[in-house]
Structures are given as structure tokens and as C-alpha cells.
Design a protein. Structure first.
Length: 160
């Protein structure tokens, strides 16, 4: 990966975007499980979403967001607050299918918010980051990524 042409920043954002795409696909799976009243499958898919989001959120919150928060503190604080709400409802399915009959509805509400959240990042934070981060800052974001990895199989072969 060369340092000066901007390809590092594009690769970093591309990986975050592909994780978003994977999550959006999984959300569709939760919706079909919800329509079929299959709470077990909803919980399984919620765990898959949580697994994709774990490294993704680390890269955002410990790589990208600290730099962006200098310019947009309120916006970034709101996105981080949404991360906590999403994690909390997904976390209810950690290791088991939640017994609370209100959980499926709660999950659907928070996943609708997650879809919206993804659009806010892709239409707001990511373009702003591409326009403003320095090479050193992108390298710092990539350091976080190398520490946490990704669940994307295609990304694993691209990273060398
Ligand atoms: Fe994200």
C-alpha cells in the first residue's frame, strides 16, 4: 500500500463500507426471521451482526472518530451513543435466545436505527474523513484495524 496517493484511505473506508454492507444483509435476514416469528433465528443473526460490528466499531471509535470529533464533537458523540444502544439490544442475545417477549420488537426498532446510522456514517462521516484526514491519521486508523481484524473473508485476502 503506497503512502501518498490516497489509496490507503480508500481501502480503509472500503473495508468499513463492506462491513456495513454485510450488516445490512444480515438485517434483512432478521427481518425475514421476524416475519416468520422465528426468534431463535433472530437471535442467531443478531449474534452475527454483533460479531461483524465488534471490530468495525473499534476502528470507528478508536481510529476514525477521535480525529473527526475535533471538528464535529456533537455529531460523533451522537453516533457513539447509538453504538451503545445497538450493542445493548444485540447483547441481549449473547449466548442465548432472549426470553423477554418484548425483545424481538426492541431488536427491530434498534436495527431500523442501525440502518439509518450506517447511512449517516457513509453519507457524512466517511466523505468528511476522506476529505480531511492526513496520511499519518489514516495510518493510525489502520493500526487499530490491524489490531482488531475484520470478519470479512474477502478483506482478509486483500490485506497483505
Ligand atoms: Fe459504521
Amino acid at each position: 500500500m503506497c503512502e501518498y496517493c490516497g489509496c490507503q484511505s480508500l481501502a480503509t473506508i472500503d473495508e468499513l463500507t463492506r462491513e456495513h454492507d454485510a450488516v445490512v444483509d444480515l438485517i434483512a435476514g432478521v427481518e425475514s426471521a421476524y416475519a416468520a416469528q422465528d426468534v431463535v433465528r433472530m437471535a442467531q443473526t443478531a449474534r452475527e451482526i454483533a460479531a461483524v460490528l465488534a471490530p468495525h466499531t473499534e476502528v470507528e471509535e478508536h481510529g476514525l472518530f477521535p480525529v473527526m470529533a475535533e471538528e464535529f464533537p456533537d455529531h460523533i458523540a451522537a453516533l457513539e451513543e447509538e453504538h451503545r444502544r445497538i450493542e445493548s439490544v444485540l447483547g441481549e442475545a449473547a449466548g442465548r435466545t432472549p426470553a423477554d417477549p418484548a425483545w424481538p420488537g426492541r431488536l427491530m426498532t434498534v436495527l431500523a436505527m442501525l440502518r439509518d446510522h450506517i447511512l449517516k456514517e457513509q453519507d457524512g462521516v466517511f466523505p468528511a474523513a476522506l476529505a480531511s484526514l492526513s496520511t499519518e491519521e489514516w495510518e493510525a486508523v489502520e493500526m487499530v484495524r490491524s489490531r482488531v481484524g475484520t470478519l470479512l473473508p474477502a478483506a482478509a485476502t486483500e490485506r497483505n
